[in-house]
Design a protein around this ligand. Structure first.
Ligand code: NDP
Length: 326
């Protein structure tokens, strides 16, 4: 038997309960993993609270990521005792996920845990941190250099945002952190490496198609009007790595920044990101993220606390990253 957070639905209301389940209930897959920890991402918040239509088949174990140790494997790439990480691939959405003591998954979805990593560290980074690294790499690949100019990070207090602020500053970029919680989080964001903290409301104003040029690059986790305004403020030749929709999925912009300033939009997806790219991102994020990040911006909760924190994350009330200990 193993412990799991199980989501069910009654009259279209999602219910979350901790249950003891037999191993035979696990879905099919080649690799059985003893999960050490998972983490709470925005998508987990939507799934557990039933806010977004993330889950279509119930019962479902949420948890879009986990780290643990292989206990059985029918795939030659993994054997019992191997330490592994999983993020994405629809796990915790349409295949039972990481918020359980055991998970059975396809071998293709796993990444071997790098030597210098622990399960706790892997999930303090988690999907959000990996995505932040992919966004930074997208800007680097678009030739946005520290000397190109300021980089705006939106939703800076959140998981993706706070890791992006830290990584960019470690790489020598000048980072401007946009947040709706400057009163609460400005000191933290500065200590993570932001040169400037900006009120989100400044980017929620109506913008003209082109505004004064401010940003060489953007890491956007928010979307909607905030992103549209920031795009109107892009420097000539700038690039925006966009990965999120915490402020909504709309993008009320015009073609002007793209056709008159040569701005590039770089879409970033971590869910189906190919193995080699994902492995390289894991190596780089582990190398760049200082221990101080985990201490300043990480917190640990138990499985019982997931529903409470899920509610908070969808309301934009969680700062940094949340590790879920199994
Ligand atoms: P968090 O909740 O940790 O961070 C989101 C941040 O956005 C909040 O902390 C808050 O920052 C800001 N925010 C929240 N609500 C609003 C709002 N209504 N309007 C404007 N800003 C808001 O989430 P994650 O970091 O886990 O994820 C961020 C986004 O990235 C999500 O949309 C998520 O789905 C997406 N994502 C996408 C991935 C991909 O593969 N493309 C992978 C991982 C995440 P502040 O208070 O500082 O303003």
């Amino acid at each position: 038997m193993f412990k799991a957070l199980v989501l069910t639905q009654e009259d279209r209301v999602t219910l979350a309960n901790i249950c003891q389940l037999p191993e035979t209930d696990l879905p099919e897959g080649e690799v059985l993993v003893d999960v050490a920890c998972s983490s709470l991402n925005y998508k987990d918040g939507l799934a557990v609270t039933g806010t977004g239509r993330i889950i279509r088949n119930f019962p479902m174990v949420p948890g879009i990521d986990f780290a643990g140790v292989v206990s059985e494997s029918a795939d030659p790439r993994y054997k019992a005792g191997d330490r592994v990480i999983l993020t994405g691939w629809g796990v915790g959405e349409n295949h039972w996920g990481g918020m359980a003591e055991k998970a059975r998954v396809n071998a293709d979805w796993l990444v071997p845990m790098p030597e210098a990593c622990s399960a706790d560290k892997a999930m303090m980074i988690g999907t959000a941190g990996l995505t932040a690294m992919l966004c930074v790499q997208a800007l680097q690949n678009a030739n946005i250099k520290p000397e190109s100019g300021d980089i705006l990070v939106t939703g800076a207090s959140g998981g993706v945002g706070s890791v992006a602020v830290t990584l960019l500053s470690r790489l020598g970029y000048k980072v401007v952190a946009s947040t709706g919680r400057a009163d609460e989080n400005a000191d933290l964001l500065r200590s993570l490496g932001a040169s400037e903290v900006m009120e989100r409301s400044e980017l929620e104003q109506d913008a003209r198609p082109l505004e004064k040029q401010r940003w060489a690059g953007i890491v956007d986790t928010v979307g909607n009007k905030v992103l549209a305004t920031a795009l109107a403020q892009m420097q000539y030749g700038g690039a925006a790595a966009i990965c999120g929709l915490a402020g909504g999925f709309a993008l009320p912009t015009t073609v002007m920044p793209f056709i008159l300033r040569g701005v590039s939009l770089l879409g970033v997806d971590s869910v189906s990101c190919p193995f080699e790219k994902r492995q390289a991102a894991w190596e780089q994020v582990l190398e760049l993220l200082p221990d101080s990040y985990y201490q300043q911006a990480g917190q640990t909760i138990s499985l019982d606390q997931v529903p409470e924190f899920a509610d908070k994350i969808v309301k934009g009330q969680v700062t940094g990253r949340v590790l879920v200990k199994l």
